[in-house]
Write a protein that binds this ligand. Sequence first.
Ligand code: AMP
Ligand code: MN
Ligand code: MN
Ligand code: MN
Length: 285
Amino acid sequence: MLDYDLHCHSTVSDGLLPPTELVARAAERGVKMLALTDHDGVSGLAEAAAAAAQHGMRFINGVEISVSWRSHTLHIVGLHIDPAYPPLVTGLQGIRDGRGARAQLMADALARIGIGGALAGAYHFAGNREMIGRTHFARFLVESGHCKDVRSVFKNYLVKGKPGYVPHQWANLADAVSWINGSGGVAVLAHPGRYMAGRKKMGSTTLRELLREFVELGGRGIEVVSGSHTPEQYAEFARYAKEFGLLASCGSDFHGPGESYRDLGRLPDLPLDCQPVWSAWETKT
Ligand code: AMP
Ligand code: MN
Ligand code: MN
Ligand code: MN
């Protein structure tokens, strides 16, 4: 069992725990190396790093950047980044700036199907107003009795083809990779299995085109073990990692107790033939 968890969220984006509590939970669960990867923001990293130091835990600065590629939304995790790198700071600010207007459009869309008060309701759940997103709307829809849990809200309201879904233009892939690489980090394609499921599935040909482009742009890693992958997918994405010469990462994608596929840490080992992503920084002098 790996003691490394390189993907999770705090109240700085759409997680339920503030950075200090998240780190304490990870420590309790035996995590030895943790990366905090909030969506489109790095403002939780200093607090998390300080908490990790208290617990004697290795901490890696991370981020999860929202990207639009062709007709798909992708998430690119940056690990071992410098959160003060100006192009990264400016780029992430640009993404966050788009979230407010999108939230208004989502609330308007929900109002059209008779669900009022969604904007204020969603903001009520946002620990960081700049990072308002679908998860906050989902929590409001659960609280107001429209759905039994967050997962069914997504399925019925917030994904492509459903009434509360609003298309949005995120960062482009080249920019996201260059902000991460320029800051000294490693760019990792997050939870590839998620892009190959759902209504607008990406097929393996498109995934290969994506991976080729990602590598050309300087992308260096792929999540093999993810909270949203099945054991079969660990093997599948280990094969893609090998085919494209990518480092393999692992992370729970934990958002909060009771809300996520997996809790922090205690992840299965990476398949044996994978080159782990931490070799990118462990070997640095
Ligand atoms: P946003 O960046 O505002 O579009 O929100 C994306 C977030 O919504 C993801 O990071 C997940 O936390 C959450 N999410 C997306 N799809 C689902 C789903 N099917 N079930 C539960 N949460 C989801
Ligand atoms: Mn999320
Ligand atoms: Mn994600
Ligand atoms: Mn995530």
